[in-house]
Design a protein around this ligand. Structure first.
Ligand code: NI
Length: 196
């Protein structure tokens, strides 16, 4: 397995619309394994292939990631959903969302509380099931990724523009700090961390 690079806003790849999976081969299994490993390392509960710059409609999830059971990390409950789509949606739920592609920002987003999802397994078997609450929120967030949309795109226009500007500014500051580190390292001085 390998750790993949998670692309961050405003990387243009995050605006791409992913394409349906038609070939259920070894590379699809490898992608899902690598995505799960990356998601566990980054501490997320969901990851869409678009976020690692692979334009296949594939999502991994583990709603228990980061939870504890009897003082120990909860056992992993990994899920892989290929070509997921929402068949019907019911109710409303507002939760605070974050995203591995949007660092250091969380915001409340309104979504459907229950959704019926059709998807395929890694071997191409068709399934459908109802997902609720955090599961419903997570799959809606991930399907958004497959359609080139981020959770910040759900914010009201003015707030959205403000947040995007701030995130771009923060990312530039990070990149400059990284460049400074490289310069310092080249001069043979001890390297400091890019972020405090
Ligand atoms: Ni996300």
């Amino acid at each position: 397995m390998a750790i993949l690079t998670v692309h961050r806003f405003p990387d243009p790849v995050l605006k791409q619309r992913a394409k349906p999976v038609t070939t259920f081969d070894k590379t699809l299994k490898k992608l899902s394994d690598d995505m799960l490993e990356t998601m566990y390392l980054e501490g997320g509960i969901g990851l869409a292939a678009v976020q690692v710059a692979d334009l296949r409609r594939l999502v991994v999830m583990d709603l228990k990631n980061g939870e504890e059971k009897n003082g120990k990390p909860a056992p992993h409950e990994p899920r892989v959903l290929v070509n997921p789509e929402i068949l019907q949606a019911k109710g409303e739920i507002v939760t605070e969302e974050g995203c591995l592609s949007v660092t250091d920002f969380r915001a409340e987003v309104k979504r459907a509380e229950r959704v019926e999802v059709a998807y395929q397994t890694l071997t191409g078997e068709s399934k459908r099931e109802w997902m609720e609450e955090i599961g419903a929120v997570c799959i809606q967030h991930e399907i958004d990724h497959l359609n080139g949309k981020l959770f910040i795109d759900h914010l009201p226009l003015l707030k959205r523009e403000m947040v995007k500007k701030r995130l771009i500014k923060m990312q530039r500051a990070d990149q400059e700090a990284l460049r400074d580190d490289v310069r310092i390292a080249k001069r043979g001085e001890p390297q400091r961390k890019a972020k405090a």
